[in-house]
Design a protein around this ligand. Structure first.
Ligand code: GTP
Length: 600
């Protein structure tokens, strides 16, 4: 069959510049979604995405568009996330496309992710259709934004389409430009052609097993065919194929150029890997498709069930979640304070938060996490080098010759007025500004070098508050560099709580230790005895707080009073206890484990 009427593209943009809203307008214009079912940001199907107003996963959708040339085209669109932590989702969807729509909010202008996403697309040799969005806003600086695209990214100003995804103005022109500028897919859709499909995502379904998201590059596949996953060599029988509209809709076959899904009764999540090539057992291709650059988690934390009986369930849930999110890793670990759990690796802190939240919601699990950290390279005096992602495994000081930590290159776009505060923030985090570029009369771009560890916890929040929201950042990985790092223990009533241990820069240890102890003091309830909270390096106390003992029974003040009120109080206390972890003689509420993460 004919591939000339297929167009595969992604929408890429900085966060909040209007990707999902533009996708909504396209779905309406093509009548892909029933008018009664249409709601805002219809592709952001996850509750979490709707609540936070962000896209987390890539959402593929197939539309039929009747163009001005009289032909009907099949558009396969991928709505992609904007946040740095999810840029791997963007690069994966780009591998399934021939072009991108680069959306820029005309009231904001070019931002950090506009730049990094445009570089990603250009690196894949994709056609870029530039769109200036939100031109309905009185604050829109459409021509200035066009000039920034020309200066920074060499995109010609007259190529930019002026759009309001809110009113729908200009969206028709975007549709026509997709037909005109984005090339149709190559390859042969013939039945006899060797079959190859790229796995770009997958999702676990309790009835069908893995739902594998594929872009077909050559040949054709239908129900009953035998297929082979090239990385494992395992064969499966296809149980179903279909398109996304945007819900999965079964079809007869998928052929070259199509973006859709297939199911093959794949029950074990580990059997299917993102970036793998699927071929036909009796009509195989010789070589797998290029696939993706492997992604490595950068941020590690222990993840434990609140209730130790949920350990197995947590493991099974992590496995299923990994099917839908190949970017995180996990392996068994145990903690004296928290019991059996898993060491999980994430791409960043938002990724970690989102993953934990998904475990809570989609798998109904109560979770505790430890302080997140990065992977350190510890050089020992005996010549060996260890990679350590867990403070508990930190060697004795006497065994350590030196320690290296991961560094990142950070791009920050901010107003000229805020440059002083920004530089200060970067310095406080042990960073240096290596470059400044002018963007326009009001804004500039700082290029900085920072330890990843210092950016993890709340750098982004600080950046936003320093600049009152008028800034953006993106980062890339640079490599390892030596630093004076030590392990800091937190002792509760004299006992080190392994879940609170962190690796810190020696000079920052006292301040950090004080913050953690103060945060714990606020959340750990008073006990029948005084509880010292201490931060220690190598047994030397660097910070201390004390929780004084309580005097009164909580029900004392209701003495002789209303009995139902008394009962309520007792019940409340009991419910509170359930959510406590017993560490030595002290009960620590679940909240404490979360609070130590937010200590500024
Ligand atoms: P992420 O998915 O979080 O990366 O964001 P996004 O780029 O998909 O942005 P989204 O479509 O969620 O839009 C962000 C906000 O801008 C929403 O409140 C939209 O209603 C609003 N918005 C989008 N397009 C327009 C537009 O053309 N005009 C105006 N005035 N507002 C718009």
């Amino acid at each position: 069959s004919d591939l000339s009427h297929i167009r595969n593209f992604s929408i890429i943009a900085h966060i909040d510049h209007g990707k999902s809203t533009l996708a909504d307008r396209m779905l309406e214009l093509t009548h892909t979604v029933d008018e009664r079912k249409m709601r805002e940001q219809v592709l952001d199907a996850m509750d979490l995405e709707r609540e936070r107003g962000i896209t987390i996963k890539t959402h593929p959708v197939t539309m039929k568009y009747k163009a001005q040339d009289g032909h009907t085209y099949r558009f396969n669109l991928m709505d992609t996330p904007g946040h740095v932590d999810f840029s791997y989702e963007v690069s994966r969807s780009l591998a399934a496309c021939e072009g991108v729509i680069l959306v820029v909010d005309a009231a904001q202008g070019v931002e950090a992710q506009t730049v990094s996403n445009a570089f990603l697309a250009a690196g894949e040799n994709l056609v870029i259709i530039p769109v200036l969005n939100k031109i309905d806003l009185p604050s829109a600086l459409t021509e200035e934004s066009a000039a920034q695209l020309e200066d920074l990214l060499a995109i010609e100003a007259e190529e930019c389409i002026r759009v309001s995804a809110k009113t729908g103005g200009g969206v028709g022109e975007v549709m026509e430009r997709i037909v005109r500028d984005i090339p149709p897919p190559e390859g042969s859709a013939e039945e006899q052609a060797p079959f190859s499909a790229l796995v770009f995502d997958s999702k676990y379904d309790p009835y069908q097993g893995a739902v594998v998201y594929v872009r077909i590059f050559n040949g054709r596949v239908r129900r009953g065919d035998r297929i082979r996953a090239m990385s494992t060599g395992r064969d499966y029988e296809v149980k179903g194929v279909g398109l996304f509209s945007p819900d999965p809709r079964p079809t007869d076959a998928l052929s070259a150029g199509d973006v859709g899904y297939l199911t093959a009764n794949i029950k074990d999540a580990s059997e299917i890997s993102i970036g793998d090539t699927v071929t036909r057992t009796n009509r195989p291709v010789e070589k797998p498709l290029p696939g993706f650059q492997e992604i490595h988690p950068m941020v590690f934390a222990g993840v434990y069930p609140m209730d130790t009986a949920d350990y197995e369930k947590l493991g099974a849930s992590l496995e299923k979640l990994r099917l839908n999110d190949s970017a995180f890793s996990y392996q068994n670990e145990s903690s004296a304070a928290l019991g059996l759990g898993y060491r999980c690796g994430f791409l960043g802190l938002l990724h970690m938060e989102v993953t934990i939240e998904r475990l809570r919601r989609e798998f109904d699990l109560d979770i505790i996490t430890t302080y997140p950290g990065v992977v350190y390279r510890v050089h020992l005096t005996d010549g060996r080098t260890l990679e350590i992602d867990n403070p508990v495994l930190w060697p004795e000081t006497t065994q350590i010759a030196s320690v290296d930590e991961p560094m990142i290159k950070v791009y920050i776009i901010c107003l000229n007025d805020h440059i002083g505060d920004m530089m200060q923030l970067v310095m406080e985090r042990r960073g240096t500004v290596t470059h400044t570029d002018t963007i326009d009369a009001k804004r500039l771009m700082l290029t900085c070098r920072l330890p990843l560890n210092e950016v993890l916890i709340d750098f982004y929040d600080k950046l936003k508050s320093v600049s009152r929201g008028y800034s953006s950042m993106d980062y890339e990985y640079l490599g390892y560099e030596e630093a004076d790092l030590v392990k800091m223990d937190i002792l509760v009533h004299g006992e080190p709580v392994d879940a609170f241990a962190t690796i810190v820069h020696r000079e920052k240890a006292p301040a950090q230790g004080r913050r953690i102890c103060q945060a714990l003091k606020d959340v750990i309830p008073r006990q029948a005895f005084s509880v010292p909270l201490q931060a220690a390096i190598n047994g030397n106390i660097v910070a201390r707080e004390t929780i004084r003992q309580y005097r009164k029974d909580v029900t004392a003040k209701c003495y002789g009073g209303d009995i139902t009120r008394k009962r309520k109080l007792l019940e409340k206390q009991k419910a509170g206890k359930k959510k406590m972890k017993q560490i030595g003689q002290v009960s620590i509420p679940q909240e404490a484990f979360i609070r130590v993460l937010k200590t500024e």
